[in-house]
Write a protein that binds this ligand. Structure first.
Ligand SMILES: *Cc1c(COP(=O)(O)O)cnc(C)c1O
Length: 431
């Protein structure tokens, strides 16, 4: 399989776009090599500039739960576009999508739309601060909440009360206001709450973490978060940008029966167009401008094309049996991978929730960032490239979840597994 045109396109892009990409993980730094440039996609597959076709296990990092180029979304977007692409004045399409979100996500009574997950989390944080009159935020190491300053901090080991910024350009003041604790560690969170008492506005968490690979909460962790936030008067924010509409119609909060005060949404909610949203209890959401004094806005917020794509997606997901199908796909993929790794004696961990899948090349239980980092990323890089050469596009980093869609039928998943079996056999023979 040659990728000459992708290589040339990358050189061209690097001359005009920093690193050749508009979002860093696309550049393949996590696995080495040079990225695949996409020409077009349909269903579970995309085709690159050189005409090679791949089964896609990334699916735009989550939004495309119906598959690429689903006709329902295309029809909705084309119809909306023909009536104008943006007005900067209200439309009924916004209420259509808001009503669907509120019907599906258990804790959301009112919702506001923006254009990305990053906007959703940064707006939710401002609202939490304004509502509580407190300034600090607690996050968990390894959780990703978009690229706003307050969240780009993940503690070095043991640094419970002093975050270390992950990027230059984040001020010392911002760093001081973000407290980082290990995921799945309620004792650490209690320690922070007891030290801080009344300064913490909110705790934000990926209730299933998808951004250090897929890491699940231990039994009782999410309920424990809920109880601690209530005890200390802080708001609990579930960042369901990845898990919302993905692991259940109502996200993790529905699956686990734990209700946050606020929820952030993105990815699936826009069906591949730029949509973010944050919602929660009406009493909190009504503090937003123009009802209240907490400011938040967006020229393209509630964009009619994006609302149409979101509505088409959520309506498709409300058909009976959809999540059973997604769950079966996730199970077939993960147990299949597990069987292959186990048969060849490759140390690994595996998990799935619905169509969100993950595996780590480590013998250690993965419960937080420190244990996730014990994975053999060099082996992952080899596995990734061998899979790519057999026409399977996995996430170009060990520390990302994989996403399947309704277009990934049994035969497609079996093709992925056959490729993996071949690759692991070959890598094994080399070792
Ligand atoms: C992707 C993601 C974000 C950021 O969303 P963008 O649309 O990329 O800004 C925030 N939180 C979580 C949990 C995510 O997975």
């Amino acid at each position: 399989m040659t990728r000459d045109r992708s290589h040339a396109a990358f050189e061209r892009a690097k001359a005009v776009i920093p690193g050749g990409v508009n979002s860093p993980v696309r550049a393949f730094k996590g696995v080495g090599g040079s990225p695949v440039f996409v020409r077009e996609a349909a269903g579970a597959r995309f085709t690159d500039l050189d005409g090679n076709t791949y089964i896609d296990c990334v699916m735009s990092w989550g939004p495309l739960i119906l598959g690429h180029a689903d006709h329902r979304i295309i029809d909705a977007v084309v119809r909306a576009a023909a009536r104008g692409t943006s007005y900067g004045a209200p439309t009924e399409a916004e209420s259509d999508l808001a009503e669907l979100v509120i019907a599906m996500v258990p804790s959301v009574e009112k919702v506001r739309f923006c254009s990305s997950g990053t906007e959703a989390t940064m707006s939710a944080l401002r609202l939490a601060r304004g509502f509580t009159g407190r300034e600090k935020v607690v996050k968990f190491a390894g959780c990703y909440h978009g690229h706003a300053d307050a969240f780009l901090i993940s503690a070095g080991s043991g640094a419970l009360t002093m975050g270390t910024p992950d990027s230059p350009g984040i001020t010392a003041g911002t760093t001081r206001d973000t407290l980082v604790v290990p995921y799945n560690d309620l004792d650490a969170l209690r320690t922070v709450f007891e030290a801080e008492r009344t300064t913490i506005a909110c705790v934000i968490v990926e209730p299933y973490v998808g951004n250090m690979g897929l890491v699940l909460p231990k039994p009782g962790f999410l309920a424990g978060l809920r109880a601690l936030c209530t005890e200390f008067g802080a708001l609990l924010i579930f960042d369901e940008v990845m898990t919302g509409f993905r692991v259940a119609p109502g996200g993790v909060q529905e699956r686990e029966g734990v209700l946050p005060d606020m929820t952030t949404l993105g990815k699936v909610i826009g069906g591949g167009l730029p949509v973010g949203a944050f919602g929660g209890r009406a009493e909190i959401m009504e503090k937003l401008s123009p009802l209240g004094s907490i400011y938040q806005a967006g020229t393209l917020s509630g964009n009619p094309l994006a609302m149409a794509a979101g509505r088409a997606t959520l309506e498709a997901l409300r058909e009976p049996g959809i999540y059973e199908r997604l769950d079966a796909a996730g199970a077939r993929f993960t147990t299949g991978m597990h069987d292959i790794f186990a048969r060849h004696g490759v140390a690994h961990q595996h998990a799935h929730r619905g169509s969100m899948v993950g595996f780590f090349f480590t013998a250690q239980d993965v419960v937080d960032l420190a244990s996730a980092k014990t994975s053999d990323t060099v082996f992952y890089g080899k596995f990734f490239h061998e899979m790519l050469d057999r026409g399977v596009y996995l996430a170009p980093s060990q520390f990302e979840a994989g996403f399947l869609s309704l277009a990934h039928d049994d035969a497609t998943i079996d093709e992925i597994l056959a490729a993996a079996d071949d690759v692991i056999g070959a890598l094994h023979a080399l070792a």
